[in-house]
Design a protein around this ligand. Structure first.
Ligand code: PLP
Length: 446
């Protein structure tokens, strides 16, 4: 039988052929899931887990939401084709119109490009379109950013660990420091650090502009997800938009993880009031099924028919589940709910931070939250930030898991425990997350 203890079950899991992911041992969840409903998973032994990973934010409405299940059934029960490639269907039209209506400004200001099933597919398409429009090659990305695992997106992923052994990455990629205030690369932090980093960005781009290679695009996440749940300060985002606009450089907002309501607004960049040139969507936009797309400003519409293709663009089932998800978000107060329960979870995490010194910082917005685990024995840096404590974070994640709470790690050295529960998590379930985490912290961090 499968053991529900993390260590034994991992051993068993590793022997199977399903475990081909390169992520290291403590990041895996070695259970076999028999059923799932809402925020809950049940394994083959009948043990329940509160799922604060939710397919890395994919399951906005939780597991097996009736509207999502019915959407799949209605496609199957109707005579709709499962796939049409370039031919449209009423469902495709309705889905596209719904997405266009959610974009900033007027729907006519935007075009949609359906991509393959993954976020990486859509980021690749965004790079390709930006390069076509500008005739330039360089993509500017940020330290700690995550944009995917294909060659081009990995090249722009600012996590050196993930790409160290890989040769032949996409050339013409430049990294700039992201405003990670808790560990500010300039040793400043807060608004001062954000301003200094925006100045650095501006000077760098001005220099590049006066040289031979003007960048094609800048790509960033308004809240870094895999990078450790790091929201970019509003002032910094506004400056990045001003500078890119002034220099005519395309700004791509990767909303694959933070978008579709997770931050408490439909897109995470909305908090700052900026409007990017391209918005990349995946994960929750397909309501739990694989789909990705890029929304781009209509003035960038230079592609001739056939310039960008791919067999599995815009799958019908994923459009049906995506539409069900968008309708819930639009019509049933999901964003308000995310803000209320998100604040409840965040204030609970802040209370735990006061109780346990190993929580260095609580970060995030809405239901995209993280706690940075630190080494309390280490010497603090200039900002008073303690060293990373990756092993402690692993042990905390394991303790949570054994108590029936699934949360993912991320961030530099994997020292950030991340909470991305389904957006429909209830007040009571948030309390249960906090109770389990409190118990785990008591076991590991005292
Ligand atoms: N962009 C962001 C912000 C992500 O978080 C991810 C995945 O976690 C991706 C892109 C890549 O998406 P995919 O894994 O579907 O290729």
């Amino acid at each position: 039988t499968l053991s529900s203890s993390f260590d034994n079950a991992y051993y068993l899991n590793r022997q199977s052929h399903f475990e081909s992911n390169a992520r290291s041992y403590p990041r895996k969840f070695p259970i076999s899931i028999k059923s799932a409903q809402g925020v809950w998973l049940t394994d083959v032994e009948g043990k329940s887990y509160l799922d604060c990973l939710a397919g890395a934010g994919t399951l906005a409405l939780g597991h097996n939401h009736p509207n999502v299940v019915n959407a799949i059934k209605s496609v199957l029960d109707s005579q709709l084709p499962l796939h049409t490639l370039d031919l449209t269907t009423p469902l495709k039209d309705q889905f596209s119109q719904t997405v266009l209506n959610l974009l900033p400004g007027h729907p006519d200001e935007w075009r949609l490009q359906f991509c393959g099933p993954t976020g990486a597919d859509a980021n690749e398409a965004a790079f390709k379109l930006a390069k076509t429009v500008t005739g330039q090659a360089t993509i500017i990305s940020f330290t700690g950013g995550y944009h995917g695992m294909t060659n081009g997106t990995l090249s722009t992923t600012g996590n050196l660990g993930a790409k160290n052994p890989i040769q032949g990455l996409m050339p013409y990629v430049q990294f700039m420091p992201y405003p990670y205030s808790y560990r500010c690369p300039l040793g400043l932090g807060g608004e001062l650090g954000a301003e200094a980093l925006a100045n650095l960005f501006e000077r760098f781009l001005d220099d590049v502009e006066s040289g031979v290679t003007k960048p094609a695009a800048v790509i960033l996440e308004a809240i870094q997800g895999e990078g450790g749940v790091i929201p970019a300060p509003t002032s910094w985002l506004k400056r990045i938009r001003e500078v890119t606009e002034r220099l005519g450089i395309i700004l791509i907002l990767d909303e694959v993880q933070a978008g579709i309501g997770r931050s408490g607004q439909f897109f995470a960049f909305e908090e700052s009031g900026i409007v990017p040139d391209m918005i990349v969507m995946s994960k929750a936009i397909g309501g739990g099924l694989p789909m990705s797309l890029v929304a781009y400003r209509s003035n960038l519409d230079v592609w001739q028919p056939g310039a960008h293709t791919g067999t599995f663009r815009g799958n019908q089932l994923a459009m049906a589940t995506g539409l069900a998800t968008l309708e819930m978000i639009n019509q049933h107060g999901v964003l308000e709910h995310v803000n209320v329960v998100g604040n409840l979870l965040k204030s609970g995490l802040v209370k735990l931070q006061k109780k346990y010194a190993c929580i260095g910082e609580v970060r995030g917005r809405g239901l995209m939250l993280g706690i940075e685990i630190v080494d309390t024995q280490g010497a603090a840096d200039k900002l008073g930030s303690l060293p990373y404590a990756p092993e402690l974070a692993v042990n905390l994640q394991k303790a949570c898991f054994n108590l029936g709470l699934v949360a993912e790690r991320g961030g530099r050295h994997g020292a950030v425990l991340r909470f991305l529960p389904p957006l429909i998590i209830s007040h009571h379930e948030v309390e249960q997350v906090l109770q389990k985490l409190d118990q785990a912290l008591m076991m590991v961090c005292q």
